[in-house]
Write a protein that binds this ligand. Structure first.
Ligand SMILES: Cc1cc2nc3c(=O)[nH]c(=O)nc-3n(C[C@H](O)[C@H](O)[C@H](O)COP(=O)(O)O)c2cc1C
Length: 308
C-alpha cells in the first residue's frame, strides 16, 4: 500500500502538494477550487495590514523556461482577507495557510495576531518578497538576525504553527534557515522567486514588465530550489519539516524535493503549464513512482539523497 499523506508543523496533509502563495489564493472560493482540484493544502496570497495596489501591467510574463513577475504584493488588506480565510476554512476541506508580509517587525507581529483570529491551520511568514520595503532597507529574509527577529515576533503573537518562507537571493541560505529554526519556526518553505531578472522586448526596445525587474519561477528555478532544500536539510539536521517550492511541475520533481529533504511541495507556476489539475496529476505521478520503487510512505523518501 502506498500512503502519500504527510505532515508539516503537526498538521496532516492528505497528499504532499500545496497551492503556493500568489496563485488563485486571493479569494476563499478560488482556494476551495484548488483544494477540489486535488491540492493537499492551500496557501493564500500574502496579505498585509493595509490594502495595496497591484503594479501597472504587464505584471506576469511567461518565457521559455518559466515565469517572470512583479505583481507588487497587491491585496485588499487584512479586514477583507479574514472573510476569505474563513470561507476557505469552511469549504476547502484541506489545511488553509494564511501568508503574511509587513514592512516592520512590529507590524509582522500585529498581522500575525490579527490573522490568527480567522483560525488558519498555519501562518506562512513571507520575509522573502523583493517588493516589500522593510525598515531594514532590504528583505528581512536576507539577514539571519532580522529573519530571526521577525520569526520571534510572529511566534510571540500567535499559537498557530508558523512557516517561514525563505528567499534564494542570499549568499548562504543555511545560516538564515538555522537562525529562523532557532527562533522558533515550525516549518521552513524554500524558495520564493529568484532574481530579480529581466526580459527585454527587442522590438519595443524596453523591458517587458512595467516594473522592469521581476522574480523568476517555474522550471528554470528548480535546481536552485532543490539545492536550497538540500542545504537547509543538512544545516538543520532534518529536525524541522521543509516545504520544497520552485519549479515543481511533475511527480518526479516532487520526489526530487523529498529526496533533498522536503516533506511537502509547493506548486504555483505549474498551474500555468498543466492547468489546475496539476495537483491531482502530481499526486498520481508520485504514487506511481513510489509503487515502482517500493516506497510505502513519503517519510521513507525524505532526505535519502543525503545518504549517498
Ligand atoms: C505571480 C506570482 C505571485 C506570487 N505571489 C506570492 C505571494 O504573494 N507570496 C509569496 O510568498 N510568494 C509569492 N509568489 C512566489 C510563489 O509562491 C513561489 O514561491 C514561486 O513562484 C516558486 O514556485 P513555482 O515555481 O512553483 O511557481 C508568487 C509567484 C508568482 C509567479
Amino acid at each position: 500500500m502506498v500512503d502519500i499523506s504527510t505532515s508539516i508543523g503537526g498538521i496532516r496533509l492528505g497528499n504532499p502538494t500545496i497551492l503556493a502563495s500568489g496563485f488563485m489564493g486571493v479569494t476563499g472560493a478560488s482556494m476551495a477550487y484548488a483544494a477540489r482540484s486535488g491540492a493537499g493544502a492551500v496557501t493564500m496570497k500574502s496579505l498585509g495590514l493595509e490594502p495595496r495596489k497591484v503594479h501597472p501591467c504587464p505584471v506576469v510574463l511567461s518565457f521559455d523556461k518559466g515565469l517572470i513577475n512583479a505583481v507588487g504584493l497587491s491585496g485588499s488588506g487584512i479586514e477583507e482577507s479574514m472573510a476569505e480565510i474563513e470561507f476557505a476554512k469552511k469549504h476547502a476541506g484541506v489545511p488553509v495557510i494564511a501568508s503574511i508580509f509587513a514592512g516592520t517587525k512590529k507590524e509582522f507581529g500585529m498581522t500575525a495576531k490579527e490573522v490568527s483570529k480567522a483560525k488558519p491551520d498555519l501562518i506562512e511568514v513571507n520575509i522573502s518578497c523583493p517588493n516589500v520595503h522593510s525598515e531594514f532597507g532590504r528583505p528581512f529574509g536576507t539577514d539571519p538576525k532580522t529573519a530571526a527577529e521577525v520569526t520571534r515576533e510572529v511566534k510571540k503573537n500567535t499559537k498557530v504553527p508558523v512557516i517561514v518562507k525563505l528567499t534564494p537571493n542570499v549568499v548562504d541560505i543555511k545560516e538564515i534557515a538555522v537562525a529562523v529554526a532557532k527562533a522558533g519556526a515550525d516549518v521552513i518553505n524554500a524558495i520564493n522567486t529568484l532574481g530579480p531578472g529581466m526580459i527585454i522586448n527587442i522590438t519595443a526596445k524596453k523591458p517587458v514588465l512595467f516594473n522592469k525587474r521581476g522574480g523568476l519561477s517555474g522550471p528554470a528555478v528548480r535546481p536552485i530550489a532543490v539545492r536550497c532544500i538540500y542545504d537547509i536539510y543538512e544545516a538543520t539536521k532534518g529536525k524541522i519539516p521543509l516545504i520544497g517550492t520552485g519549479g515543481v511541475t511533475y511527480g518526479n520533481d516532487a520526489v526530487e524535493m523529498f529526496m533533498a529533504g522536503a516533506s511537502a511541495v509547493g506548486i504555483g507556476s505549474a498551474i500555468h503549464y498543466r492547468d489546475i489539475g496539476v495537483f491531482r496529476k502530481v499526486s498520481l505521478e508520485i504514487t506511481n513512482f513510489m509503487k515502482a520503487n517500493r516506497y510505502s510512505s513519503i517519510k521513507e523518501m525524505v532526505g535519502v539523497a543525503h545518504e549517498n
